[in-house]
Design a protein around this ligand. Structure first.
Ligand code: FAD
Length: 460
């Protein structure tokens, strides 16, 4: 890669920035465009990731002023009677970075690598000539680039401007979106959390709706609330109703709101194809998220690193869809196949009757210790010793719940099928083969939705 290779990165999320850093380090002339002003990029809160993702992406880990240890979490059943502790890994295996500080950390690395960052620039138009993206339009003028990296998020306006022939999906569907309401409240003085010694409480299928509700005591001593719903944003009345319910179970949650925000998250498996001549989508723009909860920091970072490593090590100079495609095959092999499985699992799990989740979290099926045993590795000092009957008890209980079994089996079968279809991603770029495969892959997701029995409680 030479300094005559001009690359535009649109959007300063983690996906865009990991690509910007690595490509600038490799010698390309990288220009980043971000619509927000400096200091205002990224969400003003913390989210969770695995610390090792920096190593996986070949980047130094940030200093400890950027993150804290991930808090202890509790999963609570929809009837709010059962709960399981989420096993905690060794200290600092999972961390909660401050999103704005993380953005600043990436910006610093990018500038040190030679990239230029332009804040306060909203890029709304790609310039396409002879079916190739040749740059972007700024103030009515063409700014030429050899490659435009679209890292503007799941509702990218740029994707929709690509020539049809590249089969890049323009919009996510409603069912691929989790609509979140996140708010911060003052803590009630002297009040205790829902469960002793656990700061973060997440209710699954909160109030029997398609989504979760969490109420967490954060490191600043405030209460962090998240309410989610699939397919449509929550109305103000629903938000109030759900806040009132959280207040009943969480004495820490006061009425004094400090800030709030409604924001969509991508909860679907990777886009079928993210490349066009002169263009690639990375991060949420290519739906690079773990489709269960919409965790896209890590997946977006990894997707961007796979892209940058591929074009650098193969010395790609001409950024055609065909030359870039093998990166996406690698992404699918490493992550995309597994995410296709999780996508289907998430859609099935939403249809599970609340009574199943109540039962699963009641302590009669799995216990805190069983979960720890399954999730923590043998090296971890927190992993409990194997107890005779730990798993035979689960099997025994499953035998007597045939309808639960059937639901699980259907979910597993469809999930494995989706993962197999995703694994058959064409290895070589051919528009015909990709269109055929993309049709199959997207149909899996669409069909899973069609079969969904939407509960009246969640219909509007
Ligand atoms: C409430 C909530 C909780 C979450 N929790 C987690 C979590 O715990 N773990 C996790 O991994 N993920 C989490 N996520 C998801 C995560 O935030 C996203 O998946 C991730 O930020 C996507 O990164 P990205 O780089 O693709 O884009 P984004 O972070 O969405 O960044 C896109 C950037 O592009 C800019 N931009 C957009 N359009 C333009 C334009 N036209 N011109 C110029 N700039 C533009 C935006 O201003 C923004 O800075 C959460 C999201 C939300 C909303």
């Amino acid at each position: 890669m030479t300094n005559t290779t001009r690359i535009a990165v649109i959007g300063m999320g983690q996906g865009g920035m990991v690509a910007a850093i690595k490509l600038a380090q490799a010698g390309a002339k990288v220009t980043v465009f971000e619509r927000n002003l400096e200091g205002k990029v990224g969400y003003p809160w913390r989210d969770d990731i695995t610390a090792s993702v920096f190593d996986v992406c070949g980047l130094p880990r940030p200093n400890q002023d950027v993150y804290i240890q991930k808090a202890k979490w509790l999963f609570v059943s929809p009837d709010e009677k059962g709960a399981l502790r989420v096993p905690q890994f060794r200290p600092f295996v999972e961390i909660s970075p401050n999103r704005r500080k993380l953005t600043e950390y990436f910006a610093d690395l990018a500038v040190k690598a030679g990239a230029t960052i332009n804040y306060g620039v909203n890029v709304e138009k790609l310039v396409v000539e002879d079916d190739r993206v040749i740059g972007i339009e700024l103030d009515g003028k063409l700014e030429r680039f050899d490659l435009v990296i679209d890292a503007t998020g799941m509702y990218s306006k740029l994707r929709g401007q690509l020539p049809e022939k590249f089969c890049v999906q323009k919009e996510p569907s409603e069912q691929d979106t989790m609509y979140a309401y996140r708010a911060f409240f003052e803590k009630n003085d002297g009040a205790e959390t829902f469960f002793p010694d656990v700061d973060n409480t997440m209710v699954l299928r909160h109030m029997d709706r398609d989504g979760i509700g969490w109420c967490n005591l954060n490191d600043e001593g405030n209460v962090d609330v998240l309410l989610c719903n699939i397919a449509r944003p929550l109305t103000d009345e629903e938000i109030e109703e759900r806040l009132a319910d959280l207040r009943k179970m969480n004495p820490i949650l006061s009425e004094k709101k400090l800030s709030d925000r409604k924001v969509p998250l991508s909860v679907r498996a990777g886009i079928a194809t993210p490349v066009a001549d002169g263009y690639v989508a990375l991060g949420d723009s290519a739906f690079m998220t773990i489709p269960v909860m919409g965790s896209g920091i890590e997946a977006g970072m990894q997707g961007a690193a796979i892209f940058a490593d591929y074009v650098i090590s193969n010395d790609v100079q001409n950024f055609t869809a065909s030359n870039m495609w093998p990166f996406y095959v690698k992404y699918f092999e490493k992550l995309g196949k597994g995410f296709a499985f999780l996508d289907i699992v998430r859609r099935h799990a939403l249809r599970f009757k609340s009574k199943y989740i109540n039962w699963a979290l009641s302590g009669k099926f799995v216990t805190d210790d069983t979960l720890k045993y399954i999730m923590l590795d043998g090296e971890d000092y927190r992993r409990p010793k194997y107890k005779f009957g730990m798993f035979s008890a689960i099997l025994w209980k499953l035998i007597f719940n045939p309808s639960f079994n059937l639901a699980i089996l259907k979910m597993a079968f469809e999930g494995i099928h989706a993962s197999n279809v995703a694994g058959r991603i064409p290895k070589k770029y051919s528009l015909e083969a990709i269109a055929k495969w993309a049709n199959k892959y997207d149909r899996l997701i669409a069909n899973c939705e069609k079969k969904a029995e939407r509960r009246p409680a969640n219909k509007k």
